[in-house]
Ligand binder design. Structure first.
Ligand SMILES: [Zn+2]
Length: 216
């Protein structure tokens, strides 16, 4: 393990997805190792991060409205509001982001504490949630992604034989994937449908083998 804490060293990233565990990646000429460490092991690095984040204690003071906690809460609220505005801009969101809605028709936007993504994170395995994020971000081990970054020796086909495997193709490929129960296979419009599709198709947006070095 290359967990590096010394000055100038590259911080290793803890990553939940099992397919990344123990894999080495190169970024800007520096090596990154993805290491899975369950919280229950109380790893020292976790503890230090927690200590660092909570070490500052400030007394309430005579004016609660200008206390440290109050200002911090206002900063958090402002950040959330700013993020909501920022994310509405397509050029900021990115053209690959899959816009979905909640069951009540609201736009499912990541970010806030009560956002619908948290609900699906809680009801999914880490593997399923990772596939869901890959699909929504179009940052997934699929043909179009491999082609874009010159990976996987130019293999861009779907298992059905279609030479060009895109996100849209996967979500509508009847020969390879099954629809959620009581549904037709279609382009998803809700988080709920996408979650059900991924439950029904464990191989969708999953690595077929260990990822090629550099993917991630
Ligand atoms: Zn196909």
């Amino acid at each position: 393990m290359q967990a590096a804490l010394s000055r100038g060293a590259f911080w290793n990233v803890l990553f939940q997805a099992p397919e990344y565990r123990g894999r080495n990646f190169l970024k800007d000429g520096q090596s990154i190792t993805f290491v899975y460490v369950p919280l229950r092991l109380q790893w020292d690095l976790h503890y230090k991060a927690q200590e660092y984040a909570t070490e500052l204690k400030v007394a309430l003071g005579p004016r609660p409205a200008t206390s440290f906690d109050s200002l911090r809460m206002q900063a958090a609220l402002s950040r959330g509001a700013f993020w909501n505005v920022l994310f509405q801009a397509p050029e900021y969101r990115g053209r690959n982001f899959l816009q979905l809605k909640t069951v009540d028709g609201a736009v499912a936007q990541p970010g806030a504490k009560d956002n619908p993504w948290i609900h699906f994170a809680n009801m999914s395995s880490p593997q399923l949630y990772a596939r869901m994020c890959r699909c929504i971000l179009n940052h997934a081990p699929i043909g179009s992604y491999y082609s874009r970054f010159n990976l996987n020796d130019g293999h861009t086909s779907c298992p059905c034989g279609c030479p060009w495997e895109t996100r849209t193709h996967i979500l509508t490929c009847k020969r390879t994937y099954r629809p959620p129960r009581t549904c037709e296979l279609r382009q998803p419009t809700t988080l709920c449908y996408l979650h059900s599709f991924l439950e029904m198709n464990p191989k969708a947006f999953a690595f077929r083998s260990a990822p090629t070095a550099g993917v991630g």
